[in-house]
Design a protein around this ligand. Structure first.
Ligand SMILES: [Zn+2]
Ligand SMILES: [Zn+2]
Length: 765
């Protein structure tokens, strides 16, 4: 990591440049303490790119300092490089922190929220004024983004403003040798915010009482609303049938699998498989939800029919206090919101909306300013793939190799998120949900305003999706009305998926991209969703795509997989489908099916779509796994979960010019059902068919063009089996394969792709 420019130098003055970092994690005080402990002289100051330190010593001392720095740095400080060079001798005094040089053209990188650190957990047991303090924090941990109103990052610009520090906290805050030096949210039992539980008409203010009451409620199958870092959770014991059932009823139409919080990895390992890379993610300071392979079921209703569970570990001091009591080892923790609305952050709203329906509301009186959901990660072949980028990541920028200055990508719609470019940094907003729901769209607009203020951003170029009716497109149009000189370009959805993955992986030039998802607006105005393209940042050629199949009922059909199942069956078997003996045709009446066929015959509201997601839907429905979806991608997730890993067979598919057709596949599926082949084996064969398709097309294209770089992106590649198998097979054939990691492969990543494409297209305007 360090560049040693002068070998074996004797004692002298060294300049050490540290790049990366995030402000607000106590990095300079940490350096100060480390340097003082090592008896070093000199100074440290903030620079645009990181931190500059000048010190004296010989090379061994400098290297020792560097090693200690890397070993002991605050967890949330992301050090990119440490380089040192010998400079002209300088007379150095006792180590000091200098006021910063001009930083006017740089942005302040705001730290994401950080899980409570081990030192604070131990302080919670030993520091007199913080014994059992449920909101303990220090410069290395605690809330950040969620409480920041404005910059600079000072206490008066956070929601801690209303709490006056007691003399003891003040002393720590001012003592550079203390771990709480300049920790803006610093607080203790005497002066800080506190918890409250309201239950059964009574209010409890003492942490010990809250804990006892809460555990009692949970043990008896109750559900509580509990305030987290970035919003409320709805919580019940993971082992209570009654609790889970009650929680399901509260969430109504939203059938999404529930995430769980386990006391520790040992407890979690009883129910899920945790590999080393997965454990690293689980225990990281970001504390995301990690998708893990189920070993056995916990309680019905948590994640029925799915082969994985979303697990996280405690990240707030209060979570630790709860689990410490010992009689609870796992909680269901689902976002506290009504179906598909933003996670609730206000105590008042939670009391109004959930108060009467739950058995208790646990909150604290420090306000959440920026709402931020739990993040979700999957590990694919030992590497993390972020599926939902929010708490612990937001608003940390993604460093790009492209100049993105002044560009705004407004994203897609189903998974709302925007991205703004500041120099080489892509600043992605947190996940904002489906923008078609007004409260989500309002949330999206609100965070846009806040990001503009926090990061001093004014758009020069706005890039939106091609879809004219996406609310994110409307948002872009409205911006151009407000700022007439603002340039606006539109980018095709699946091209943006590939560009997003390319930026994430630092790629340039041309790639062969497989962009598979549910749907996106095509350049020809039709619905696309399974594209094979030669792509660069500038443009793309659509080489192949899935065949167009009519979607009976339009948008509605994406929530009713049985319609697409029927459409495929009709295409392959005509009226003979009534005679088939598959779960789908057995489940619905001839009349119901007839109505759909009628729509298809008359072409009433049956737009043709070319979509990977809809093909998954169709096969899942034919097999009887899912007829109606209660959450996004339910049918594909159930189909993946059904896979029997011992099956290696596949089905044939056809090619008609640019179209990839699946008549043989659908016929094969039906035939296998008739032969009594298990759903698990059929699901495996279906997935292998797509893997073969990806491999065959890649091989053929490489033979023709020499192209070795393959990029997989789009929501369908969240399917770990598909992604892993495709990567394995491609790499075995010596392809260089890239999938996104830091940026979600789904529609949350679209805005980043728009930025990358915008940066290149702009030159052509
Ligand atoms: Zn701490
Ligand atoms: Zn205090």
């Amino acid at each position: 990591m360090a560049k040693n420019t002068h070998k074996s130098q004797p004692e002298g003055t060294y300049r050490i440049e540290i790049t990366g970092l995030v402000q607000g994690v106590g990095f300079r005080p940490f350096i100060y303490r480390l340097a003082s402990d090592l008896g070093m002289k000199g100074w440290v100051e903030n620079r645009n790119s990181g931190v500059l330190l000048v010190t004296g010593g010989d090379e061994a001392e400098i290297e020792n300092f560097r090693d200690k720095l890397l070993e002991l740095a605050p967890a949330a400080a992301s050090i990119e490089s440490v380089e040192y060079t010998r400079v002209e001798d300088e007379k150095l005094g006792d180590f000091e922190i200098r006021t910063s040089s001009d930083l006017s053209d740089s942005i302040t990188e705001i730290s994401p929220d950080i899980a409570v650190c081990p030192e604070c957990l131990s302080d919670m047991l030993s520091q007199e004024h913080r014994i059992g303090y449920p909101l303990i924090n220090c410069t290395h941990c605690g809330p950040r983004f969620s409480i920041i109103r404005d910059l600079p990052y000072d206490r008066q610009h956070t929601t801690m403003e209303t709490f006056e520090m007691c003399p003891q906290c003040q002393f720590e805050y001012r003592d550079i040798k203390d771990r709480r030096f300049h920790a803006q949210p610093v607080a203790c039992n005497h002066c800080g915010p506190s918890y409250q539980l309201v239950s059964g008409g009574k209010a409890f203010d003492k942490v010990e009482d809250i804990r006892i009451q809460l555990l009692e409620i949970l043990r008896e199958g109750g559900v509580v609303a509990m305030k987290g870092t970035g919003g409320f959770h709805l919580v019940c014991s993971a082992f209570s049938k009654e609790g889970v059932k009650k929680l399901r009823e509260l969430k109504k139409r939203d059938g999404k699998p529930f995430a769980l919080m386990f006391r520790d990895t040992d407890q979690a390992k009883k129910y899920v498989e945790i590999g080393p890379a997965e454990e690293t993610e689980l225990t990281s300071w970001r504390r995301p939800i990690v998708l893990l392979r189920k070993k056995r079921e916990i309680t019905e209703g948590i994640a029925d029919g799915l082969s994985s569970l979303g697990i996280m570990l405690p990240y707030m001091p209060f979570h630790h206090l709860l689990f410490e009591a010992g009689n609870v080892s796992a909680l269901v923790m689902t976002s506290g919101n009504f179906s598909q609305e933003p996670i609730l952050i206000s105590n008042r709203k939670v009391m109004e909306q959930f108060g009467p329906k739950v058995d208790g509301v646990v909150s604290y009186n420090r306000e959440i300013y920026n709402r931020v959901d739990d993040s979700v990660i999957a590990v694919i072949r030992g590497k993390p793939m972020v599926l939902r980028r929010a708490r612990g990541f937001t608003p940390m920028p993604i460093r790009a190799h492209l100049d993105l200055e002044g560009i705004l990508g407004t994203g897609a719609e189903l998974t709302g998120s925007f991205c703004m470019g500041k120099g080489h940094l892509a600043l992605m907003s947190q996940y904002a949900g489906d923008l078609k729901n007004l409260p989500n769209y309002e949330f999206y607009q609100e965070i846009y305003e806040r990001y503009c203020r926090l990061f001093r951003f004014t758009p020069r170029l706005v890039v939106s999706d091609l879809h004219p009716d996406y609310l994110s497109t409307r948002f872009a149009r409205e911006l151009t009305q407000t700022f007439p000189e603002l340039k606006h370009i539109s980018v095709q959805h699946h091209h943006a998926h590939i560009a997003s993955a390319m930026l994430d992986c630092g790629l340039d030039g041309d790639v062969l991209g497989f962009s598979f998802d549910g749907s996106g607006y095509g350049s020809d105005g039709r619905m696309w969703g399974a594209e094979v393209m030669r792509a660069s940042y500038e443009d793309f050629d659509r080489l192949f795509h899935f065949e167009y199949v009519n979607l009976p009922g339009g948008d509605k059909a994406s929530q009713e997989p049985w319609r697409m199942g029927l459409s495929y069956l009709y295409k392959c078997f005509g009226e003979e489908l009534y005679a088939l003996n598959v779960p789908l045709t057995g489940h619905f009446s001839r009349k119901d099916m007839g109505n759909i066929l009628n729509l298809l015959d008359k072409k009433i509201n049956c737009p043709p779509v070319s979509s990977a997601g809809r093909l998954f839907d169709a096969v899942a429905a034919i097999l009887g796994l899912n007829y109606y979806s209660s959450y996004q991608a339910e049918a594909p997730m159930l189909l993946e979960s059904a896979i029997d890993h011992s099956e290696n067979g596949s089905y044939p598919y056809e090619r008609e010019g640019e179209q990839l057709c699946f008549t043989s596949l659908i016929k094969g599926v039906v035939q296998d059902v008739h032969r009594g082949i298990s759903v698990g084996r059929i699901a495996a064969k279906f997935h292998h068919t797509l893997v073969h398709l990806i491999l065959e097309i890649s091989m053929e294209y490489r033979a023709r063009t020499g192209m070795e770089r393959v990029v997989l992106a789009g929501g369908s590649f969240q399917n770990r089996f598909l992604c892993q198998q495709a990567m394995d097979r491609l790499e075995k054939e010596k392809f260089r394969v890239s999938v996104p990691g830091r940026i979600p492969p789904n529609d949350q990543g679209i805005a980043v792709g728009q930025l990358a494409i915008g940066a290149h297209r702009e030159k052509l305007l």
